[in-house]
Write a protein that binds this ligand. Structure first.
Ligand code: SF4
Ligand code: SF4
Length: 443
């Protein structure tokens, strides 16, 4: 029987419209808008100024704290300005804006597509390379990857889990990467294992991607210690805690990190970025992005330079359909609606999803009928109806006591609610308020 996590979960329609679309290199933009805060933690500090000439791969902003990441130029050209621009969050954030001239790369970056299988690296060197290259979790979490590789004192890493689940409907960027850059991704997995000092690695993939499972199972025959684990399809299996439960049957306790049970989780896109950083000296300056939707003429997967405007990708996929009601950054379950289509693609952009008007409209909110469906599907064992009510009443003590901070914002509760209650909207509000209260207590 196929493995999966036990608690909760839902089965939304998969709609993987772009699954058979090979990755196409997107055009280099005329202007790149590169945000300084593309990761969880402190925004990077710019080290270039207006008028500076930059090359592809050059550091343009340096990590500014323990939890932070370097930012590199994804293009060559002249820095036009450093300014506050609206990003995918809908807020103005500081960005470096570069007018593109040609495509001149730093000489030390190896651009050949030959696969480099050399695994003779030291752990500290790999971690340092990952840090220098500005690699962050590419599954959407954008947590700086080098921190996850530095195991805290008193904890032991036993197994590396690679997340190839891609359980969000519509998105296919990871699926295509596993098919087209499988060996590079497996070498990246080995490098991550060396960095962590573990001999076991497992790649979890849902069995709606049998071609990727078969392809990687063939490749890992040549790489000791890595297993490909097919998983039963169930959302949100790509959540770290759900993946750990599914693959190694360990439960990460509330309020702790995967290392508590000896696991470290990285996404397939991150493993590929680690390969490129260590073997090719290439920092994180581009990523695969799915552009899709039922009325999109050519649902596509693009290799995109960071800082490319979203509109450019929509044009490349056939243009904005007339009946578009909403454009979402990410997938339909966890993605966020864009307020402006000019926002740049960042390290955390996994997809651009276009909803038709009839798909985009929200239904009328009805009173709760106390059916408990939201409780049944919650993979974290929470009571979403209660968290929403307590947030509405601003009863922050109870919101905290009822473990709102454990919510992984998967949206399963809202998806399943027959009364169309905006559960996750309220829970997000509760999380941010309680998060601020907890932080202020520590000061
Ligand atoms: S409460 Fe949070 S974790 Fe639970 S189903 Fe809702 S969004 Fe997912
Ligand atoms: S699923 Fe909706 S209607 Fe049912 S208990 Fe939860 S909030 Fe109430």
């Amino acid at each position: 029987m196929l493995k999966t996590f036990k608690k909760g979960g839902v089965h939304p329609a998969e709609n993987k419209l772009s699954a058979n679309a090979p990755i196409v290199t997107a055009e280099i933009p005329k202007t790149a808008t590169i945000p300084l805060g593309q990761h969880i933690g402190a925004p990077a500090s710019p080290i270039v100024k207006k008028g500076d000439q930059v090359k592809v791969g050059q550091v343009i902003a340096q990590s500014s704290g323990f939890v932070s990441a370097n930012i590199h130029s994804s293009v060559s050209g002249t820095v036009a300005k450093i300014d506050d621009i609206i990003d995918a969050t809908g807020f103005k954030k500081p960005c470096i804006i570069i007018t593109v001239e040609g495509d001149e790369w730093l000489e030390e970056i190896n651009r050949s597509s030959d696969i480099d299988k050399n695994l003779n690296h030291k752990s500290a060197d790999i971690i340092n390379k990952v840090k220098e290259a500005g690699i962050v979790g590419l599954g959407g979490a954008t947590f700086p990857s080098h921190i996850k590789l530095s195991v805290p004192p008193g904890k032991t890493a036993e197994v590396l889990l690679i997340n190839g689940v891609e359980c969000e409907p519509y998105l296919t960027a990871d699926h295509r990467l596993m098919l087209e850059k499988g060996e590079e991704m497996i070498i990246g997995t080995k490098l991550l294992m060396i960095a962590l000092g573990v001999s076991k690695g497992a790649i979890g993939i849902e069995n709606n991607k049998p071609d990727a499972i078969k392809h990687l199972q063939e490749i890992v025959k040549n790489y000791e210690g890595i297993e490909v684990v097919p998983l039963k399809v169930k959302y949100p299996q790509g959540g770290e805690k759900q993946l750990i439960k599914a693959v190694i049957n360990r439960e990460v306790p509330s309020g702790t990190l995967p290392i508590e049970v000896g696991a470290v989780v990285h996404n397939v896109g991150t493993a590929f970025a680690v390969y490129e950083a260590v073997q090719k000296n290439k920092p994180l300056l581009e990523r695969v992005v799915t552009v899709t939707g039922k009325s999109v003429s050519n649902p596509s997967n693009f290799m995109v330079r960071i800082g490319t405007p979203t509109t450019q990708l929509i044009e490349a996929a056939g243009g904005l359909p007339q009946d578009t009601g909403k454009v979402v950054s990410g997938g339909p379950m966890m993605g966020k609606a864009l307020s402006n289509l000019g926002v740049p693609i960042t390290k955390g952009s996994s997809g651009v999803l276009l909803f038709k008007k009839d798909e985009a409209s929200r239904r009328l909110i009805q009173p709760c009928i106390r059916c408990a469906k939201c409780v049944t599907v919650c993979p974290m064992g929470l009571e979403p109806y209660l968290l929403m009510n307590q947030t509405e009443m601003q009863n922050w003590e109870e919101v905290e006591n009822n473990r709102t901070m454990d919510c992984i914002e998967c949206g399963s509760c809202m998806y399943t609610c027959p009364a169309d209650r905006p559960l996750l909207d309220y829970i997000r509000l509760g999380k941010s308020t309680v998060g601020n209260i907890i932080r202020s207590r520590k000061q």
